[in-house]
Design a protein around this ligand. Structure first.
Ligand code: NCD
Ligand code: ZN
Ligand code: ZN
Ligand code: ZN
Length: 420
């Protein structure tokens, strides 16, 4: 065996002392004892599948003062994420074959983690050609960062019918543009009044009733009423973000957590948490949306929406495990297994045949989140000083890429489309 990783591994649904045998970047064998050319023994530390972040914005091309594939992927990696799905609301937006190929070129040259690119839904798009390049499709029903708004889905009726036939996931930013208010807003409550709960819940019902494909995914579910609309329906999956789980309108972070859909009331946050615990949420994704601090420190009203989070996603979830709020198998299901299944990746499990994407965790080594130790270009985090558990080591396809929160390996990330 080329490489053997020995530790307390999450295999077949539980933690067990064993060895993971790796060859050519893949897990080939799991056994109590394995011999290898190289053996890394992590003792009683946890060896878990690395995470797949199903929702990030790396801002390249067009907004590379905020982030690019190099900085965004280094942040991902150091946070225990070895695969990201990157959103199309860049400049230009990723809605043509030329623009997706251009983005892919930049990502292939710079990314330290594997990646899949979303194609944005727009009237007149070449669905079949884009389906060959894109990991999935993304529809924006409500306005947010970028210019991909489709306020009335009748405008893209034909395109949606064609997407349904590709078998790819259609992911949706579900906020009903027509129920959005445009009153002046000075704080989180004001932003919430402009994008009330029904704005999200109505949009979910609209797309659910209109879309004929069997792979519909609702991004960043945030309102308690929406939970009934996404629960237990075949072909419909959903995600929640750490910021909607951890913050509500009583927070004093102001514009730093001005996001779409908005941070909501305590009842909503608690309902999301209960749904998560009950297993009705498929994945937790960061919606990593870096903006510069000066774009956030403006008047609340003009502050851009979005908050960074790819590097803190796994550490915050592990902290919830440590505090006994969530079970580790549930967290692994939502950060690794389900995103792997939903996007059809050979990742997210420690099992033979899967990519050797692993993280090593010491549950007793808690730290406080500090922006100056994070790797996003934006340079700030809404989670400053919150306790978290960062991975001690991170492997991408069998190569050790991170040790003690900094990069050591050389492996390049690759597109998940056409490489597996
Ligand atoms: C995201 C961004 O800035 O790209 N902003 C946000 O508030 N979540 C876009 C999005 O996911 O809606
Ligand atoms: Zn969104
Ligand atoms: Zn987003
Ligand atoms: Zn707690």
């Amino acid at each position: 065996m080329e490489l053997v990783v020995d530790g307390n591994c999450f295999v077949a649904g539980r933690m067990q002392k064993c060895c993971v045998g790796i060859e050519g970047g893949k897990i080939v064998k799991i056994a109590k004892v394995l011999e290898g050319e190289k053996v890394l023994n992590f003792g009683n530390k946890l060896v878990l599948p690395a995470a797949i972040d199903g929702h990030v914005h790396f801002r390249e091309p067009g907004m590379t003062d905020k982030e690019d594939f190099a900085s965004g992927s280094e942040a991902a990696l150091c946070g225990g994420v070895t695969c990201v799905l990157e959103m199309p609301n860049t400049r230009p937006s990723t809605t043509t074959v030329a623009s997706i190929r251009e983005k892919k070129k930049a990502a292939s040259a710079k990314s330290l983690v594997d990646f899949g690119l979303f194609a944005g839904v727009k009237p007149g798009m070449d669905v079949e050609a884009l389906a060959k390049e894109a990991a999935a499709f993304k529809l924006y029903m409500g306005s947010t960062t970028g210019d991909l708004l489709v306020p009335d889905i009748l405008e893209v009726k034909k395109e949606l019918a064609r997407i349904a036939r590709t078998g790819k996931v259609l992911a949706v930013h579900a906020e009903d543009e027509n129920l959005r208010r445009k009153d002046p807003e000075n704080d989180l409550e004001g932003h919430l009044r402009n994008r009330p709960n029904e704005c999200e819940t109505t949009a979910i019902k609209t797309i659910r009733n209109a879309y004929r494909g069997d792979r519909l995914h609702i991004c960043h579910v945030s309102a308690r009423q929406s939970l009934f609309e996404v629960k237990g329906r075949t072909g419909l999956t959903c995600e929640v973000t750490p910021h909607h789980l951890l913050f509500d309108t009583t927070s004093r972070l102001g514009a730093l957590i001005k996001v779409n859909p908005p941070i909501r009331r305590r009842e909503d946050r608690q309902a999301l948490f209960q749904a998560l615990k009950g297993g009705s949420i498929d994945m937790v994704a960061s919606d990593h949306a870096p903006h510069l601090l000066e774009e956030k420190e403006d008047d609340f009203e003009y502050a851009l929406t979005g908050t960074p989070g790819v590097e803190t996603l796994v550490p915050l979830m592990l902290q919830l495990v440590r505090e006994n709020h969530l079970a580790i198998d549930l967290v692994i299901r939502m950060l690794c297994e389900r995103p792997g299944e939903i996007y059809g990746l050979p990742k997210g499990r420690i099992a033979a045949g899967y990519d050797a994407d692993l993280i090593v965790v010491d549950m007793l080594a808690g730290e406080y989140i500090k922006a100056d130790k994070l790797h996003s270009k934006c340079g700030w985090t809404a989670y400053e000083d919150m306790p978290a558990i960062f991975p001690k080591a991170v492997f991408l396809r069998g190569e050790l890429m991170v040790e003690n929160r900094s990069r050591v390996g050389e492996r390049k990330g690759r597109d998940i489309v056409g490489s597996t």
